[in-house]
Design a protein around this ligand. Structure first.
Ligand code: ADP
Ligand code: GLC
Length: 496
């Protein structure tokens, strides 16, 4: 099927972009990727772009996308007997969303990547191969004759194959961007499974998808995308080093200036203390009484003493080695001695879950741990706490420290990735939180202790930090226009 011609003076017609991802809030979310895939396209649409999503048809996506109608029957492919492409609209934002309905591959409840036993789904290769293949064909107007994309914007390894398929498409003309949200998850599979990908064998070399004798789906993005972005400027520099590149630092360096960092924003409507329906009391920078009410309500909810001098420290996080929760566990005795009330909410690694539960049992009234995923509860924690700790070993961007800023809940973070780009230490004139360098319990304790002491002994300075934090410009407007600028540059680039 031929690609519809662009209107004359192509530079001024709206940019058409297809975001391809395995998660989107509120339909399916395991982490910040879902928040980004919900908010960035919506912000781009507000700036006049024709932006659409392509998602796998998990049960929650099929249920949540409104007015879904079949666009094309694709038939049987990638091991699935019946594949259809549907088009509907995202709840809330109304953005057009395409859904790959392949019951055999996607209609499974639970986690999008993991089976109930915690292992990866055994057919993840086919599941994400199909997603990438459909993306390239949809972008080239093979699937929906009424629409094509200038740009395919693929997020993380799950969508990376789209970039290889776009590069291979005979019609040409479509450009691709690959955004790395987390270098630690690369999509590794046995090399001998390559025929399942639907890509030519010439791509299975180190210059393509091969990575130390395995298939690496992230490399489909790194090698074939027209541009590679990641979610903060600091992380863009870090992934070119062995410490943060997880073996792909050479591939990153080889792309040179094609790799850039664009700092994520946050959804300022979902995360707004002045309108947040999940809170017992609402507030803004001019009316902070509501925050005090949220703090009291949280202390009551968690069974903490109503101690005004204590530092209520929250953590809302996936429980994985990335997030540095082992440092928190090691630091715990000293933190509690120093007058901290610790509230953790998270799920993930069973060893960390068990260790945190044990800590809560050992310190009732001082440590509260909620193992599980709960959006409303996350909002109550963010609003009721004095500070939020994000002691990550690495952090591509991190969203919870930005939620903390917006809620006047000062972040205590390690100086890595997007944490370094969003939080400045209280000792600096532009300070809005507390920053430490070493990945050690001591360094974490010292930063938390500085926060506790400042709040307890110098409330006016604490209030200044809160005001500065709450005034920060964190929404998606700037990042959305930077991505659109990149799309425009690519669209206008001559072929070849
Ligand atoms: P990552 O994507 O690495 O997990 P981010 O900070 O970018 O880290 O995003 C995490 C997102 O997931 C945030 O929106 C955070 O509020 C949310 N989140 C993480 N764990 C939980 C949980 N247990 N309950 C509710 N929300 C959670
Ligand atoms: C990843 C990263 C996190 C980032 C999120 C959204 O999961 O771990 O730092 O904020 O993606 O880009």
């Amino acid at each position: 099927m031929a690609r519809p011609a662009g209107s004359p003076g192509g530079g001024s017609r709206p940019l058409r972009a297809l975001h391809v991802a395995a998660e989107v809030f509120p339909l399916v979310k395991t982490g910040g990727l879902a928040d980004v895939v919900a908010a960035l396209p919506a912000a781009q649409a507000r700036q006049g772009a024709d932006v659409r999503l392509l998602l796998p048809g998990y049960p929650s996506v099929l249920e949540g996308v409104r007015d879904a109608r079949s666009v094309i029957d694709i038939g049987s492919c990638f091991g699935a007997l019946r594949v259809r492409l549907l088009r509907g609209r995202m709840p809330g934002t109304d953005l057009p969303a395409y859904v790959v309905d392949a019951p055999y591959l996607y209609r499974r409840a639970g986690n999008p990547y993991l089976a109930p036993n915690g292992e990866e789904w055994p057919d993840n290769l086919q599941r994400f191969a199909l997603l990438g293949w459909v993306a390239a064909h949809l972008a080239a107007a093979d699937a929906d004759p009424r629409w094509h994309a200038d740009i395919v914007h693929a997020h993380d390894w799950h969508a990376a194959l789209a970039c290889a398929h776009v590069a291979d498409h005979p019609a040409g003309g479509v450009r691709s961007i690959f955004t790395i949200h987390n270098m630690a998850f690369q999509g590794l599979f046995p090399l001998h499974d390559w025929p399942l990908l639907g890509l030519a064998s010439r791509h299975m070399s180190p210059a393509g998808l091969e990575f130390h004798g395995q298939l690496c789906l992230m490399k489909a993005g790194l090698q074939y995308a027209d541009r590679v972005t990641t979610v903060s400027p600091t992380y863009a520099r870090e992934i070119a080093t062995p410490e943060f590149g997880f073996g792909l630092e050479g591939a990153v360096r080889a792309r040179g200036d094609d790799v850039t960092g664009i700092l994520n924003g946050i959804d300022a409507e979902v995360w707004n203390p002045a309108t947040d329906a999940a809170l017992p009391s609402r507030y803004d920078a001019a009316r902070m009484g509501g925050k005090r009410a949220c703090r009291l309500a949280l202390q009551r909810e968690l069974g903490f003493e109503h101690d005004d001098g204590a530092l209520v420290l929250a953590i809302v996080s996936r429980l994985s080695s990335q997030k540095g929760l082992d440092l928190v566990l090691q630091a715990l005795p000293r933190l509690l001695e120093g007058g901290v009330q610790l509230a953790v909410q998270g799920s993930g690694d069973p060893v960390l879950e068990a260790a945190l539960r044990a800590a809560a049992q050992a310190h009732p009234g001082r440590v509260h741990v909620h193992v599980g995923y709960d959006e409303d509860r996350a909002h109550r924690l963010l609003a009721g706490a004095d500070a939020i700790a994000v002691p990550s070993r690495f952090e591509p961007c991190g969203l919870t420290q930005m939620y903390g800023l917006r809620y006047g809940t000062l972040p205590v973070v390690r100086r890595v990735g997007g944490l370094a780009d969003t939080v400045q230490d209280a000792a600096l004139p532009e300070g809005n939180g507390f920053v430490f360098d070493a990945a050690t319990p001591q360094a974490l304790c010292e930063a938390v202790e500085r926060a506790r002491a400042l709040r307890a002994t110098d409330p006016p300075s604490w209030a200044v930090l809160q005001q500065r934090a709450m005034a920060a410009d964190l929404d998606w407007t700037g990042a959305a226009s930077r991505y659109l600028e990149l799309y425009r540059t690519l669209r206008e680039r001559p072929p070849g």
